[in-house]
Design a protein around this ligand. Structure first.
Ligand SMILES: *Cc1c(COP(=O)(O)O)cnc(C)c1O
Length: 356
């Protein structure tokens, strides 16, 4: 295809590839780390009470009600909370706001594949820091000159959790840049793993969370960040310079409703964690290597069967996993933790298909 004349002057990017969202209903969808349990009843109640006349007006640009309920939930002041359209929006805004030097930003070589995409699109120089042989983050490798740091904790797709001590080492060594810890999966990790409380102590630490996984709300698109009021102010300045009304009214109201039901939230998380532990044991019994997971998915490889083969065969059976065709991890499958019966189907499928 011949190029148009204007094509040489436009921004060309290689976009992020999300996991498939197949249309069929009768599938076992374990490819995008969604929560298998529905959102809290409080959401349905709030939905039925939504006043359609409220949609006539612009929403509160600061999404005040949602910010306030998150601030109360975490015991911080409202000037320390920023909300966005999923944590992808929050992270993208953060890249734009905080990663603005000529120095390279740092993130792991095996990590959330959106980071290099944003860096490329925003012309931010970056360096991918290799994980260790056993897929861990060595904090020392991040203690070097940088223009910013972003690390998911637990990391994705490895599911491995980094200790608070290691994160503190990195923050302490990077006082003149912003360190973003993407806690998309932290609710599935043991109590005390989050570093959100450290945003009080470290003015250069931003902690990002999402409603998409632990709060069963990927479809609504809500994410947020907690940090020093000055970080949050700079984020808001950029947001208001780009699109003031990112948060729509239903998201503000429904997000707030979901936060109010902590009991259901904790109950579904503990169910998912116990299914994860059982499923991990069963995979190991079938000969799989499974990385220690603190998330709602596992990263697993079989020594004798290729991940591509399993991925394709499972898909034919209506079971969807995620496979990354990338160096070092192409033997692995990322499998989201679904309900008990979903994971039973996976184990049966593996046993029957490969005589394990
Ligand atoms: C899922 C995910 C996100 C994005 O989630 P949103 O749906 O945009 O809130 C961000 N970071 C990591 C590591 C994720 O896995």
């Amino acid at each position: 295809m011949s190029a148009f004349e204007w094509e040489k002057n436009i921004r060309k990017v290689v976009p992020y590839t999300p996991g498939e969202q197949p249309e069929e209903r009768d599938i076992i969808k374990l490819n995008t780390n969604e929560n298998p349990y529905g959102p809290s009843e409080t959401l349905y109640k709030a939905m039925s009470e939504l006043d359609s006349d409220s949609l006539r007006k612009y929403p509160n640009p600061a999404a005040h009600d949602l910010v306030k309920s998150l601030a109360d939930y975490h015991g911080v002041s409202i000037d320390r909370v920023f909300v966005g359209v999923g944590s992808d929006d929050v992270l993208g805004m953060s890249f734009m706001t905080f990663f603005n030097s000529d120095r390279e930003i740092l993130f792991p070589d095996i990590t959330y594949s959106f980071y290099p995409v944003w860096a490329d699109m925003m012309r931010i120089p970056f360096k991918e820091i290799p994980l260790t042989e056993d897929f861990r983050i060595n904090p020392d490798d991040f203690c070097r000159e940088n223009g910013g740091i972003v690390i998911p904790n637990p990391n994705a797709p490895t599911a491995i959790l980094m200790s608070r001590e290691d994160i503190i080492r990195i923050i302490e060594a990077s006082k003149d840049s912003v360190v973003i810890i993407d806690e998309a999966y932290i609710d599935f990790a043991p109590e005390g793993a989050s570093v959100m409380d450290l945003t009080d102590k470290y003015d250069n630490l931003l902690v990002v969370r999402t409603f998409s996984k632990s709060r069963s709300l990927a479809g609504l698109r809500i994410g947020y960040a907690v940090g020093n009021p000055k970080l949050i102010k700079y984020l808001n300045d950029v947001k208001y310079s780009y699109n003031s009304y990112t948060m729509n009214e239903p998201s503000i109201i429904l997000g707030k409703a979901v936060i109010s039901d902590d009991e259901y939230f904790r109950e579904t998380i503990s169910r998912i964690v116990s299914i994860r532990e059982r499923f991990t044991d069963e995979l190991k019994e079938l000969g799989f290597t499974v990385l220690p997971s603190s998330a709602n998915f596992v990263f697993a490889a079989h020594p004798d069967i290729s991940a591509t083969d399993i991925f394709e065969a499972a898909k034919k059976e209506g079971i969807y996993f995620r496979h990354f065709n990338a160096p070092r991890i192409n033997d692995y499958l990322r499998i989201t933790i679904g309900k008990d019966e979903d994971m039973d189907r996976v184990i049966t499928f593996l046993k029957d298909t490969y005589n394990l």
